[in-house]
Ligand binder design. Structure first.
Ligand code: GAL
Length: 294
């Protein structure tokens, strides 16, 4: 199993879930850390192939490397499940023993927008007729970051709500960057900021620290949403310090990835246009947050 980097809060939960399921089924699993370095991950894939592994589960470092990864596993004939970073259907069509398991990133963005639409003033806290927001983005090379950024705002505009983007900054899925970006934006735009959209929860937790240091109060004078439903975020939703989050279902995706791996090992092949398996995202609000807390 090749993970893009171990130092990522969501992928840590996800990889642990995968490892647990695989080991529980008696598979011998080796998990390697790509350190966010595609060249390093390419070497890891080649090493696994040389060692003669039966199957690979790969969380690519870069979506743009999908062609190379797919060509490599294809020439070795290794059944491969890609996770978390979705290549295009055309790229996957190159190899019939390859499948992608993940979520539809646009859906998570839409759900974030809906969380804001569900607030009493639909995000327009100061009543000036528009929702002024900052966007703290993940790694912009990543399709999840691109589609969450687009669809969170689209949900508002589709509902006829006027929006104003005060700033958009890449935070690379990282908590500390989320905090720094949000602190800078609060210093620059102050009360103008009504909504803080974060492409994931780890950045939202960082943003929350900045919001609290600035003396602002979530759900009273600012809204804050993330994605993933990390334990820390579930706590904050439950305490009212986050407006909501979206479950990025690690257990569902891990179970799906293992099931697809077993199908490939059993000889299933995939045809073009039919190589993505999706697990649904779920909106998490104070009303249902208890259902997701352990
Ligand atoms: C996203 C997740 C982020 C980050 C990213 C890594 O699906 O929401 O928190 O883990 O994957 O590619």
């Amino acid at each position: 199993m090749c993970i893009y980097k171990f130092d990522d809060a969501f992928m840590t939960t996800y990889r642990n879930a995968l490892q647990e399921i695989l080991e529980g089924k008696g598979y011998q699993v080796t998990v390697v850390d790509g350190n966010n370095d595609q060249a390093k991950q390419n070497e890891q894939i080649n090493t696994f192939i040389t060692q003669g592994v039966d199957a690979l589960i790969i969380n690519p470092v870069m979506t743009s490397a999908a062609d190379t990864i797919i060509a490599t596993v294809k020439s070795a004939g290794i059944p491969t499940v890609l996770i978390n970073r979705e290549p295009t259907a055309d790229q996957m069509a190159a190899y019939d023993k390859l499948v992608y398991v993940g979520c539809d990133a646009a859906q998570s963005g839409t759900f974030q927008g809906e969380l804001i639409l569900d607030t009493p003033n639909k995000g327009d806290i100061n009543g000036d007729g528009k929702v002024s927001y900052i966007m703290i983005q993940g790694d912009p090379e990543n399709i999840d970051a691109q589609l969450r950024t687009e669809y969170s705002v689209k949900a508002l505009t589709d509902a006829g709500v006027e929006v104003e983007q005060l700033n958009l900054t890449r935070g690379d899925w990282d908590r500390e960057k989320g905090q720094t970006i949000c602190a800078n934006d609060l210093a620059q735009f102050g009360d103008k900021i009504e909504v803080v959209f974060c492409n994931n929860d780890d950045m939202a937790i960082g943003a929350l620290q900045a919001i609290q240091s600035a003396g602002r109060k979530v759900n009273e004078d600012i809204y804050l949403v993330g994605v993933d439903a990390l334990d820390a975020a579930l706590n904050e939703v439950s305490n009212g310090n986050m407006t909501g989050t979206v479950l990025n279902d690690t257990n569902g995706q891990a179970a799906g990835a293992v099931a697809e791996m077993e199908k490939l090992l059993g000889g299933t092949t995939y045809s073009s246009g039919n190589q993505s398996v999706y697990v649904d995202y779920v909106k998490v609000t104070p009303d249902n947050v208890k259902d997701f807390m352990k």
